[in-house]
Design a protein around this ligand. Structure first.
Ligand code: HEC
Length: 135
C-alpha cells in the first residue's frame, strides 16, 4: 500500500504538474532528458519508431499495439483488444501522467528488459503523435 503510494508520488514528481496533453507530457520528458545530458538533441520520432519495433526479447511494442499505432491492438497473451496508442486515433492517450508512467514502466521492462529513459519516452511520444513522421 505504502509502496504503491510512493510509486504514484514518484511518477507524479517525475512529470511536471498539469501535463495533461501529449505535447506537454512530451516536453516534460524532453526537459528531464536535457537535465541528465547537456548534449541531448531533442525528441526524435525516427528513434521512437525504431524503439517501437525493437525486439531484443520475446516482444516489441508492436506485438500488442500492432506496427500501425493508429490501429487497434491486441494483447499478446490475453487477446484483449487495446485501443490505438496514437492520440490522433485515440484522444484519451497521453492525458494522464500517472497512467502513462505506469504503462511505460511495465511495457518497457516487459519488452526491453529495462525501464525506458526520459529521452526514449519523449522519442516514443514524438513518434506516436505523428506515426508517419518516423518513417
Ligand atoms: C504484452 C502486451 C503489450 C506490450 C508488448 C506493450 N504494451 Fe503498451 N499497453 C498494453 C496494455 C494492455 C495497455 C493498457 C490498456 C490501454 O491503455 O488500452 C498498454 C498501455 C500503454 C500506454 C498507455 C498510454 C495512455 O496514455 O493511455 C503506453 C504509453 C504504452 N502502452 C506504450 C508501450 C510501449 C512504448 C511499448 C514498447 C516498449 C509497449 N507499450 C508494449 C500492452 C502492451
Amino acid at each position: 500500500m505504502f509502496r504503491k503510494a510512493l510509486i504514484a508520488a514518484t511518477a507524479l514528481v517525475a512529470v511536471p504538474a498539469l501535463a495533461d496533453t501529449p505535447e506537454l507530457l512530451l516536453r516534460g520528458y524532453a526537459e528531464q532528458a536535457r537535465t541528465t545530458s547537456a548534449s541531448y538533441a531533442g525528441p526524435s520520432p525516427a528513434a521512437g519508431r525504431r524503439l517501437f519495433h525493437q525486439q531484443p526479447r520475446d516482444w516489441s511494442c508492436a506485438t500488442c499495439h500492432t506496427d500501425q499505432p493508429t490501429a487497434t491492438g491486441r494483447h499478446a497473451i490475453t487477446g484483449k483488444a487495446i485501443g490505438p496508442l496514437a492520440p490522433s486515433a485515440n484522444p484519451e492517450r497521453f492525458r494522464n501522467p500517472a497512467k502513462v508512467e505506469k504503462w511505460f514502466k511495465r511495457n518497457c521492462s516487459d519488452t526491453l528488459g529495462r525501464p525506458c529513459t526520459s529521452a526514449e519516452k519523449a522519442d516514443l511520444i514524438a513518434f506516436l503523435l505523428d506515426p508517419k513522421n518516423g518513417a
